[in-house]
Design a protein around this ligand. Structure first.
Ligand code: AKG
Ligand code: FE2
Length: 280
């Protein structure tokens, strides 16, 4: 293992190149099968026993998005903290973002259950991006500091047609090209919430894998045609010099988003920095 200022180098140069070329990369076995099963169980246990779906959750096309409270998608109770501070994922992110000083956010979860209804598209959600750049900003900067890398853990095996994340290979470069070509590039395609003209492919994987995605990579959720539910959790990592203040720096976070004692007790020294409890 080679050491750099960003810590251990975990990805081969070929993988680094393929991430920047394609805008995504599957990192295999970030979690063991046993760990993945544990987290799948935690998330499936959010479903009420009588299957009455809480009003404040989202439920589209058999894709359920639990909310921890009305308006809050983040699951960051002590049991989830190990995922935010996973060392392997952190070092991969630090290698790609070329900085050890990262912040983590999101923590939303999704359960996609079997849905046999025929549809014209395999997507259950239009292709879109969730960029680090706020919607009221007119121009992307396209600087290295602006890049956020997100993606999701698969806690279940995701086979073809099994509700995989769909992505547009190289689509982050198309977004950049289109946005640079006009004034107010951030505002194109309804603020990039619906990108109708690109073609996507699914990213299958196994329980414990993490699908890394560039923040400008068009992506969307797909229907699950298989018996097994797909269980995933989303995270995003940005440098602490990210220009749009999207990180969870203490000063940026509303008071009700500060962590309680059970959460901080679950944090490692690295986790405390990633979650903005301690400064870098
Ligand atoms: O569930 C998925 O596969 C993708 C979800 C997504 O991109 C989103 O909700 O923004
Ligand atoms: Fe998304």
């Amino acid at each position: 293992m080679t050491l750099t200022s960003a810590g251990p180098v975990l990805l081969a140069q070929e993988e680094v190149d393929s991430f920047w070329r394609d805008g995504y990369l599957l990192i295999r076995g970030v979690l063991t099968k046993k760990e993945a099963k544990y987290f799948a169980g935690l998330i499936l246990d959010l479903l009420p026993r009588d299957l009455s779906i809480p009003e404040h959750w989202e439920a589209f096309d058999s894709r359920f998005k639990p909310f921890s409270a009305p308006g809050n998608q983040t699951f960051d109770g002590p049991e989830f903290i190990p995922l935010y501070q996973n060392e392997r994922l952190y070092h991969v992110m630090a290698q790609l973002l070329r900085s050890p000083r990262l912040l983590v956010r999101d923590g939303s979860v999704a359960i996609t259950m079997r849905n046999d209804t025929p549809h014209d598209s395999e997507l259950s959600q239009p292709l879109h991006i969730d960029p680090a750049v706020p919607e009221d900003v007119d121009e992307f900067l396209f600087t290295p500091e602006e890049v956020e890398i997100g993606g999701c853990y698969y806690f279940t095996d995701v086979e073809p047609g099994g509700g995989a994340l769909h992505i547009v290979p190289g689509g982050h470069r198309i977004v950049e090209e289109e946005a640079r070509a006009v004034p107010h590039g951030r505002q194109l395609h309804d603020k990039w919430r619906t990108i109708p003209h690109l073609k996507s492919v699914e990213v299958t994987g196994e329980a414990g894998d993490f699908v890394l995605t560039h923040h400008l990579l068009p992506h969307g959720a797909s229907h699950n045609r298989r018996p097994a539910a797909r269980v995933a959790q989303f995270f995003r990592y940005a440098r602490d010099d990210q220009p749009w203040s999207v990180g969870s720096r203490p000063g940026d976070r509303p008071a009700d988003r500060y962590y309680n004692d059970t959460q901080t007790a679950a944090m490692t020294p690295l986790g405390r920095k990633l979650l903005g409890v301690d400064p870098w």
